[in-house]
Ligand binder design. Structure first.
Ligand SMILES: *[C@@H]1O[C@H](CO)[C@@H](O)[C@H](O)[C@H]1NC(C)=O
Length: 362
């Protein structure tokens, strides 16, 4: 099944998952209805059992969405830390994203999380969804599929609401899941739910409450399962480019610095599995850091609204580019080459970086 507007396959879309569940429930209702004939009931039961098995087996793996690009190059925008109902220059950044996207014609847009400030959404009926998303990113060129992850601020609200297909019904572009894979042929993009890795949200939550209701059966098990699934999905991937997206930093010269828990648990997997780019938000700025001992490149795109914190470490090892203010990132990649560009709040190019596969392979 292909969606005409966005061109991506919805076989693995969470909406399909809920449809499958509805089918199962109808079947079970049939079994319990004494008026239905027995063979029908047996068939239903068998079908229900098969569907249940399918559901269980998909739970153990990261969901994959196919997003064919139908072109020699894959193009996308990356924005993070944005949802402030247009304030703190969110609207200005959005306007420039629209202008740049008109030329670039991106296949989709990636959000690195902290989608809704200050505390995520209160529910699927929270007007902030439209006030911070639908009514802000209005350009025709931005009417593409958005792929989002959750940030720590999103975890302070109703997490299930942000993941709900109800929002996709309100705005067709919206898709947010905890951890999943987008297969865009030229590149495979692995979205990782990084918030549960960060100790301080558990040990020093301050006056904030986080929605850990789905971090089960224990936080440790949730993290180890995710890392194991990510590791095997990365190893299985045959894509030319492997990109991992998470909200939190791995390396950053900004206020938050490196996220030690991720450096310890996630980084070794990315290096061992030949990941090309790690893209995150969390620090409200744009920056590029090179790994000193592998080909991995770290890109922060967290300049979607409030910025200008003014504290950073200019001596950070591997730091190639740092800009403290608002901005966003574009990527254009073919099978052999990739180009990353940072733009500022007025749509001026801040930084360009390109790499070729032949070079990184040596
Ligand atoms: C918004 O951007 C303008 C430049 O266009 C800048 O002068 C101003 O300080 C920014 N405002 C905020 C709140 O960051």
């Amino acid at each position: 099944m292909k969606d005409e507007a966005t061109g991506y396959s919805i076989e693995n879309h969470p909406l399909m998952e809920s449809l499958r569940q509805v089918e199962t429930e109808e079947c079970l209702a049939g079994v319990l209805d004494p008026m239905k004939n027995r063979s029908m009931a047996a068939l239903c039961l068998l079908l229900a059992a098969t569907l249940a098995l399918c559901l269980v087996s998909t739970l153990a793996k990261l969901q994959q969405i196919d997003h064919p690009v139908n072109s020699d190059s894959l193009r996308f925008l990356v924005i993070g830390d944005w949802g402030r109902k247009g304030q703190y220059n969110q609207s200005k950044v959005a306007l420039q994203m629209g202008r740049i996207a008109e030329e670039l014609e991106p296949d989709f847009i990636i959000s690195t999380g902290d989608n809704f400030y200050g505390s995520g959404l209160t529910g699927t009926d929270d007007p902030a969804f439209e006030e911070s998303f639908s009514k802000i990113y209005t350009a025709n060129s931005l009417q593409k599929q958005w792929y989002s992850v959750l940030g720590n601020h999103d975890y302070r609200g109703d997490v299930e609401a942000q993941l709900s297909p109800v929002l996709t019904n309100i705005d067709h572009r919206w898709l947010c899941m905890r951890s999943y894979i987008v297969n865009a042929e030229i590149a495979e993009i692995f979205f990782v739910d990084t918030t549960p890795f960060v100790d301080k949200y558990f040990t020093h939550p301050g006056h904030h409450t986080y929605d850990w209701s789905a971090i089960i059966p224990t936080r440790e098990k949730y993290m180890s399962t995710l890392l194991k699934d990510l590791d095997s999905a990365l190893k299985e991937s045959t894509a030319k480019w492997k990109i991992v997206v998470g909200h939190h930093t791995l390396r950053s010269a900004g206020q938050h610095g490196d996220t030690q828990e991720l450096v310890k648990d996630l980084l070794p997997i990315l290096k061992a599995d030949d990941v090309d780019l790690y893209i995150n938000g969390h620090d409200h700025l744009v920056q590029h850091i090179s790994s000193l001992d592998s080909k991995l490149q770290y890109f922060t795109s967290g300049g979607g609204s409030k910025a200008w914190r003014g504290d950073y470490d200019p001596e950070k090892k591997g730091l190639k580019f740092f800009y403290d203010g608002q901005g966003f990132m574009t990527a254009e990649m073919t099978e052999t080459d990739a180009e990353i560009i940072f733009y500022d709040v007025s749509g001026s190019v801040l930084y360009k970086w390109s790499v070729s596969k032949a070079y990184t392979a040596m």
